[in-house]
Design a protein around this ligand. Structure first.
Ligand SMILES: CC(C)(COP(=O)(O)OP(=O)(O)OC[C@H]1O[C@@H](n2cnc3c(N)ncnc32)[C@H](O)[C@@H]1OP(=O)(O)O)[C@@H](O)C(=O)NCCC(=O)NCCS
Length: 186
């Protein structure tokens, strides 16, 4: 899949993206709300391999796309929308940018596009995003795109890839299809 926006091209990962991912996943600013040491090259290889494997699944339930600058092809970060099965009507999103590119609206632009994949390609009714309360940039992004807080989770064990860590207070944000259509036309 490829998605073009005003300034970006969202595309499938390729193996040689590992170096770009590893470069920003060791930046202290990037790691501030992940509460973990820098990602190793091996972890980044596994991440890129997983994204490539997801792109080949049928039916496809998980899209994790590289965010690139459409003018020069430079990888800025990545974002994704995932659901557990083709029947599920609820999914979640994730997004990350190299700190070099923060503060220019690139993540919001990319997430708007990945929301379209979630609501149109995956036919979801609701998309969730979990976000550490202290991660103000991410909170602003979600509110800007129409997400609403539905829950505040107290500090405690994470889930999925965060299952080995104690996480601080987090919001659960949700965007429903009706609200998305509203925010797309307003
Ligand atoms: C979360 C994250 C993607 C947010 O990045 P970001 O660059 O702040 O987000 P956006 O792309 O939406 O940029 C918005 C900012 O750009 C500014 N901006 C500048 N030019 C802009 C333009 N042309 N269009 C839109 N916004 C623009 C906006 O005013 C806004 O600034 P503000 O937040 O001070 O109000 C980034 O901090 C990150 O990658 N963090 C590490 C990973 C992470 O935490 N992921 C989320 C886990 S829940």
């Amino acid at each position: 899949m490829e998605k073009l926006t005003e300034r970006l091209l969202l595309r499938e990962f390729i193996k040689r993206d590992v170096d770009s991912i590893a470069e920003f996943r060791r930046a202290p600013r990037y790691l501030e709300y992940y509460y973990r040491p820098a990602y190793t090259i091996e972890e980044c290889v596994r991440f890129v391999d997983k994204c490539i494997a997801w792109s080949k699944e049928s039916p496809r339930c998980k899209f994790q796309l590289a965010i690139t600058d459409r003018s020069n092809g430079v990888l800025l970060g990545d974002c994704g929308v995932r659901t557990e099965s083709a029947e599920s009507r609820r999914g979640d999103i994730g997004y990350e940018l190299s700190p070099v590119y923060w503060g220019q609206g690139f993540a919001s632009e990319a997430v708007q596009s990945i929301l379209q994949v979630g609501f149109e390609n995956l036919d979801l009714d609701e998309i969730e995003a979990r976000c550490v309360v202290a991660n103000k940039r991410s909170v602003r992004l979600l509110r800007r795109l129409g997400f609403e807080e539905t829950e505040r989770v107290p500090p405690g064990p994470g889930r999925g890839e965060f299952a080995d860590r104690t996480l601080p207070e987090r919001y659960v944000f949700v965007l429903c299809r009706d609200k998305w259509i509203y925010s797309a036309i307003s």
